[in-house]
Design a protein around this ligand. Sequence first.
Ligand SMILES: NC(=O)c1ccc[n+]([C@@H]2O[C@H](COP(=O)([O-])OP(=O)(O)OC[C@H]3O[C@@H](n4cnc5c(N)ncnc54)[C@H](OP(=O)(O)O)[C@@H]3O)[C@@H](O)[C@H]2O)c1
Length: 231
Amino acid sequence: MPLVTNPFRALIIGSSGTIGSAFLELLENDPNCTEVEGIHRNSACPIDYQDLSTIELAATALSSSAPFGLIINTIGLLHSSEWMPEKKLGDLQAEQLQNLMQVNAIGPSLTIKAFSKLLDPAGAVMATLSAKVGSIEDNRLGGWYSYRASKAALNMLIKTASIEFSRTKPNTALIALHPGTVNSRLSKPFKGEQLGRPPLEAAQDMLHVLLSLKKEDSGTFISYSGERLPW
Ligand SMILES: NC(=O)c1ccc[n+]([C@@H]2O[C@H](COP(=O)([O-])OP(=O)(O)OC[C@H]3O[C@@H](n4cnc5c(N)ncnc54)[C@H](OP(=O)(O)O)[C@@H]3O)[C@@H](O)[C@H]2O)c1
């Protein structure tokens, strides 16, 4: 039986982003979703991974809206105005690596720690958007050192927490979710507009997967199509 039962409440973390806002729109129009909250770094209760103290504060502020049957964290970073993904080892810079670790691994794992208290103990799914390029086994092209490493670190943190949750929160599935290539701000410099799918289409596919997850799916790395990806 799916973990998320109807009716359910949902929370989108990073709802200002392309994929985050698509999830918000879909859930606002889903008759089984009685309430959907969206938070981001400029929302009323802000969550900003440059200031990690905001994570606990945001979780505490949202506790009156809990429990949530579905929490999706869509926060992530690939490039900035100062740097782009590395093409070769010679491009590796400490500042870029630290920044991506902070936004793609440290922030999301502390978010799991803080927000998992808001999950519905009767049945819930918490998904964090990862990326297939974070798969160590699937790495055939190389490059993108910092982004790959930060998503691989995120994947390990999710897997480890899922093992603990199988004992402490047995009705919860904690997963790493790959959205596919989506036309967004993040993918724009890499032909995202030509290669990527429309965000609503991608979010619809991912929602379908999330709403059918069962207990035994916890601790997996899943694609928008439902395919299990190698870690
Ligand atoms: N698009 C793709 O093709 C693709 C492929 C694989 C994986 N992904 C993953 O999917 C997720 C969503 O990506 P997207 O395509 O929707 O990108 P996006 O449109 O750039 O959205 C990124 C989101 O992350 C937030 N964010 C960035 N830095 C932050 C920080 N320091 N603190 C708090 N929030 C921060 C942004 O907030 P602001 O709005 O305030 O900037 C925004 O809400 C990411 O985790 C990404 O790695 C995307």
